[in-house]
Ligand binder design. Structure first.
Ligand code: SF4
Length: 289
């Protein structure tokens, strides 16, 4: 396989065939994110994409999961996305799911009919970053969208029969916006009722505006105990029946998972136990993106 630059994928795509259909992120201005800073956003030539799938078929006897990278595959023309999915079905009849990241902007340009066609041709799930349900946090972090727009795009994916996985980041509001960030993020999740909810914990990466703000004292990071407090408020306010909640990323201090709403009490018990023994949290040195 041929890759340009660093390639990122959700943790659940660890065993997937990954093919870049775009390079980088079309937004690329979030203050906390360094993932695609080294790449200018571009559409990868279609002939190269199709050739990569052909090469993969020669190499791998069985491919059950495919992830279309980089940050924003849905921004391609609908006809090109359809052609990519047709090609996947032809080459990999055993493939059970095809997934991709989708930004609110790229979901907005897709019509309902286009999304339904992509679903029918095998697109099974879209991963979308909410980051926060609090508009003040979204503005501060230069997400480029307010929460109501992100919620509407998540709902659009779901009403067209494509599964939705949404992530947000604990600590993204710092201490000042902690409570609002937790409550409004929970409400945004509730409004989308996605199949999967993923919580990361804020990490500061060199080369980002956030890094400079932390160095200059303009942004305060949450202490691990505060992250637990914020997580408690978030979980208390979650009401999203059927959503699988996962907070088991390498950035998290505490591993927490369950199915909503039935596992809320058990998840709260895990948070309570962790608050009584902070030494059980992942040490700072072992956290990673
Ligand atoms: S967080 Fe997502 S949308 Fe924001 S710059 Fe990073 S990849 Fe792009």
């Amino acid at each position: 396989m041929r890759y340009w630059g660093a390639v990122y994928r959700p943790p659940s795509e660890a065993r997937s065939l990954i093919v870049q259909v775009t390079y980088g992120c079309s937004h690329n201005t979030c203050a906390f994110c360094s993932m695609y800073k080294a790449k200018r956003f571009a559409l990868r030539p279609m002939d190269e994409i199709l050739e990569d799938f052909w090469l993969a078929r020669q190499t791998y006897p069985r491919v059950e999961k495919i992830f279309l990278a980089d940050g924003d595959a849905l921004v391609r023309k609908a006809s090109e996305l359809e052609s990519i999915l047709d090609n996947i079905r032809k080459l990999f009849p055993e493939c059970k799911r095809v997934t991709t990241y989708g930004s609110p902007s790229s979901i907005r340009i897709r019509t309902d009919e286009e999304l339904q066609t992509l679903r029918d041709k095998g697109l099974t799930m879209v991963y979308m970053g909410l980051e926060s349900g609090c508009d003040e946090v979204l503005k501060l972090m230069r997400k480029g969208h307010m929460s109501d727009e992100i919620i509407a795009m998540g709902q659009k994916v779901r009403r067209n029969g494509i599964a939705l996985s949404v992530t947000a980041i604990t600590g993204l509001g710092g201490p000042d916006l902690m409570e609002r960030h937790a409550v409004e993020t929970a409400k945004a999740f509730n409004a989308m009722n996605p199949e999967y909810i993923g919580m990361l914990t804020l990490m500061v990466e060199d080369g980002t505006p956030l890094y400079d703000w932390v160095q200059d004292g303009k942004f305060q990071l949450l202490k691990p105990k505060q992250v637990l407090d914020e997580t408690r408020i978030l979980v208390e306010h979650l009401d999203s029946p059927g959503s699988v909640f996962r907070m088991n990323h390498a950035s998290n201090y505490l591993a927490l998972k369950g199915t909503l709403n039935q596992d809320k009490a058990a998840m709260m018990a895990v948070i309570n136990r962790a608050e009584m023994d902070l030494s059980s949290l992942r040490p700072e040195a072992f956290r990673g993106i």
